[in-house]
Structure formats: structure tokens, C-alpha cells
Design a protein around this ligand. Structure first.
Ligand SMILES: NC(=O)c1ccc[n+]([C@@H]2O[C@H](COP(=O)([O-])OP(=O)(O)OC[C@H]3O[C@@H](n4cnc5c(N)ncnc54)[C@H](O)[C@@H]3O)[C@@H](O)[C@H]2O)c1
Length: 421
């Protein structure tokens, strides 16, 4: 038998690998062209592509604004789960922190100036992971430069800002994608699909709660920067999830009770709240939020229907259960201690749906699709938050649609006398 030469072997392998790549790319291009989904921006290359695990792939350039808690989560999501995205730049106000973040996450460029980042980074998408009071300004800047936008919750501090952001993105023809990860969390999505299959009959009540012992950064506690307390911070999630579960049914009324129970010395914002929302389809939503709950993060949902019930727990329900005399490194978000009984979570970012959310947004940009959660959804959530603060302020149920001219939603609870200067 004739033995092949090693060089010939190598040549054959390389050639067949090359032809395979060409075949992959051709099929990909043909499919894209047939579906008319090429996203083209003038003066820019038609697409950026790279080879990922042997397959050619279009990569969308993303710049992240912010280098804090949620920026870390977005970066982990992009790097581990969204090969279709390439994070090309990061901004934070402190140049040293921006540089350190970029180096830690292997990002090539960093900025301490948002305008420069937008001008120079050649990104297609700006992913806004800044404190609430900066969402409006950052969105307007990105939209004016023709960048698509991923915006963390809450959409904005005021409804007026939300309207301006939505209008600016429409004018610029860019997408405003509202980052509500609960609409993507695998366990909650399993629940939603079961409901669609008729598992619980007709839904009559939804419950959602998010609780921990208080945020990690000072700005959350300053109502002039955050716009409100725990409702503004974590209530967004439950409200958005109700709308997602109910095919964006309109809320018709809101009743709220809130108080500051643990962080009185640190904030004028509420750190415990219970909101009851009535929807046009007769469903009642109950959302409970707290910054006063010790023992780590809680994120739980309940679906009550005429034919059944479903309970889903994102943290403790996805964790191991451990007892440790001495404690260990890390259990889960905001866990006070790892000594004694604890709930060490695994794949914390994945279980909350961040990778699925960001992958969806990048796909929307690449295929010019409408995101499942948009600026309009963020605005609807903010309107319910306004109504909730007004309800707590007036001690009565508030009918929707609702709007008010205030500097921040929490003024509707505290009254303008209590506004911090
Ligand atoms: N989806 C979620 O589950 C989730 C979780 C946490 C935070 N968030 C949202 O993400 C946004 C950022 O929150 P975070 O937890 O990452 O905050 P953080 O405090 O951890 O990080 C904020 C980042 O913004 C930078 N920054 C720039 N200008 C600033 C200024 N003038 N004041 C303060 N910081 C400034 C900070 O330096 C930091 O890099 C908020 O809107 C928050 O509501 C969402």
C-alpha cells in the first residue's frame, strides 16, 4: 500500500478545511441574502466576521458604558455566551478604573469620556450600564451617533426622559432594547412555556419578589441619582415580567404600600415595598421588593391559575445547600456570610438570563428584528412605578394611564417637601 507523504497530508487537510470554511460562509451569506436581513451602515464594512470554533461568524461591535456590577455581568455574558458580539471599548468616569476593567476583560480600548468613545470606538451598539440618572443623557448621545442601544433597567428616571429617549431612537432609526433579564431567565421561560401549553388553565394571579439586604453602591441610596428606592431598583423586574407573561396586557390600576425599615440612616428611599397591580384581563399581579432581607438574593415567582400553580425560585431553588463551620469564598449575590447554612449558587449569570438577553439583542441588530423588550416596555414599567409611588403617597388605588410632572418618581410618595437637595 502506498503511504501518503506527511506534507501532502497537511496540504490536503488545510485545503479541505479551507474549502469547508468557504462552504460555511457561502451558505451563511446565501441564507442572509435570501432573507434580506443584511444590516448595512454606510461608510462601514458590510460586516465584521471572525472564525469561531471553525465557523465564520458576523460579529457586532459593542461598547460598554460603566464598569461596575452589571457591566461585569454583561461582559461575562458576552465573552462566554455571545460569540456574535465583540466588546471593543469600555467607558467609566475614572480613567484608571476604565483601564483596569479593560485589562481584566481583555478589551482593547478604554475611555473616561463618553463622547470620545462614541466618536472613536467604531461600535454599532452602546450597552448602557450606568447609574439611573445617566441613562437619558447617554441614550441621547448614542442615538444621535446612530448607535443601537441596550439600556439597563430602569429605562430612565422620569417619564419625560423616557419619552425623549424613545423619540430620539425612532428619529435616528436605532433600536432601544430594554435589558430585562427576567424575560429570558431559563427557569422563568420554562414556566411561561408551560403556561402557554395550558398547564395552569387561566391565570388569575402572578406574584414576583426580589429581595436582598441592600445595594452595593452609594448612588442607589441617593434618591436624586436613583429616582427612588427598592421599587425603582428591583420592582422593575417583577412588573416587566408580569407584562411579559401577560402578552403586554395593560395595567389598569395600582395600589402600593412602602416603608423605610432598615436603611433609614442612609436613604430617604423606601427599602421595602408591596405593589398590587390590576390588569385589563382581570389578572392581579403582586410584586414584593426589599432591601431589608438578609441571607442573600431572593428572586421568586408564582403563577396561580384556575387549573394549577407553578412556583419558581431563581436563587435558592438553583443552589446547592451547604453547612460550613468556617465559611468559604462565595455563595450568591449579597449573601452576608458563608458560615453556617448557605445556598451556593452555580452559573449565577446564566440562571438569571443575562446571556440569553444579550444574545437576543445582538441577533436583533444583526437580523434587524424587533427586540422582545423595548423602550416602550421600559416606559410602561416606569408608568406603573409612578402610579405605585402616587398610591403610597395618597393612600389609595391609582388608575392608569397615569402621569405626573415630578423630578423623580419617589417625589409622588415623599411629597416635594421631602425632596433632597
Ligand atoms: N438587570 C439587573 O439585574 C441589574 C443589576 C444591577 C444593576 N442594574 C442597573 O445597571 C445600572 C448600573 O448599576 P450597577 O449596579 O452596575 O452600578 P455600579 O455602581 O456597580 O456601577 C456604576 C458604574 O457607572 C460608573 N459611573 C459613571 N459615572 C458615574 C457617576 N456620575 N456616578 C456614579 N457612577 C458613575 C461607575 O464608575 C461604575 O463603573 C443601573 O441602572 C442599575 O439599575 C441592573
Amino acid at each position: 500500500m502506498k503511504k501518503k507523504q506527511p506534507t501532502l497530508n497537511w496540504l490536503q487537510n488545510t485545503l479541505s478545511e479551507f474549502l469547508l470554511q468557504v462552504l460555511h460562509l457561502s451558505i451563511f451569506l446565501i441564507v442572509k441574502l435570501i432573507r434580506g436581513r443584511f444590516y448595512f451602515v454606510s461608510e462601514k464594512p458590510l460586516f465584521y466576521c471572525s472564525i469561531n470554533q471553525g465557523v465564520f461568524m458576523i460579529r457586532t461591535k459593542v461598547a460598554i458604558l460603566g464598569a461596575g456590577f452589571i457591566a461585569d455581568i454583561h461582559i461575562e455574558s458576552y465573552h462566554r455566551f455571545v460569540p456574535e458580539a465583540e466588546v471593543v471599548a469600555v467607558y467609566t468616569r475614572d480613567a484608571e478604573k476604565a483601564k483596569a476593567f479593560a485589562e481584566k476583560h481583555h478589551i482593547t480600548t478604554w475611555y473616561d469620556d463618553i463622547d470620545l468613545l462614541i466618536l472613536q470606538s467604531d461600535c454599532e451598539v452602546v450597552d448602557i450600564c450606568l447609574p439611573n440618572f445617566l441613562h437619558h443623557e447617554a441614550t441621547l448621545k448614542a442615538a444621535a451617533a446612530g448607535k443601537h442601544i441596550i439600556i439597563e433597567k430602569p429605562l430612565a428616571v422620569t417619564l419625560g426622559q423616557a419619552d425623549e429617549m424613545i423619540a430620539a431612537c425612532k428619529r435616528a432609526g436605532v433600536k432601544l432594547m430594554y435589558a430585562e433579564e427576567l424575560c429570558f431567565a431559563p427557569k422563568y421561560e420554562r414556566v411561561r412555556h408551560m403556561v402557554k401549553e395550558g398547564a395552569v388553565g387561566e391565570i388569575y394571579m402572578l406574584k414576583q419578589s426580589e429581595k436582598h439586604s441592600g445595594p452595593h453602591s452609594d448612588w442607589f441610596y441617593d434618591i436624586n441619582l436613583s429616582g427612588g428606592g427598592v421599587l425603582m431598583d428591583m420592582g422593575c423586574h417583577g412588573i416587566a415580567w408580569f407584562r411579559w407573561m401577560l402578552n403586554n396586557a395593560k395595567a389598569t390600576s395600582v395600589y402600593a404600600s412602602m416603608a423605610t425599615v432598615l436603611h433609614k440612616g442612609r436613604t430617604k428611599g423606601e427599602d421595602n415595598s408591596v405593589i398590587i397591580i390590576e390588569f385589563e384581563n382581570g389578572v392581579t399581579g403582586v410584586v414584593e421588593n426589599s432591601w431589608a432581607k438578609h441571607g442573600g438574593m431572593d428572586d421568586k415567582s408564582e403563577v396561580h391559575g384556575t387549573g394549577g400553580v407553578i412556583y419558581a425560585d431563581l436563587f435558592m431553588g438553583n443552589a446547592a445547600i451547604a453547612y460550613s463551620k468556617n465559611g468559604y469564598g462565595y455563595a450568591m449575590e449579597k449573601a452576608d456570610t458563608t458560615a453556617g447554612w448557605s445556598f451556593p449558587i452555580f452559573e449565577e449569570v446564566f440562571n438569571q438570563g443575562y446571556p440569553h438577553e444579550l444574545k437576543h439583542f445582538i441577533e436583533c441588530v444583526q437580523q434587524d428584528k424587533e427586540a422582545v423588550v423595548t423602550g416602550e416596555d421600559g416606559r410602561a414599567v416606569l408608568e406603573i412605578i409612578y402610579a405605585a409611588y402616587a398610591s403610597a403617597g395618597q393612600g389609595k388605588k391609582i388608575q392608569l394611564p397615569f402621569t405626573a410632572k415630578v423630578d423623580k418618581p419617589i417625589d409622588l410618595w415623599l411629597g416635594t417637601d421631602a425632596i433632597e437637595k
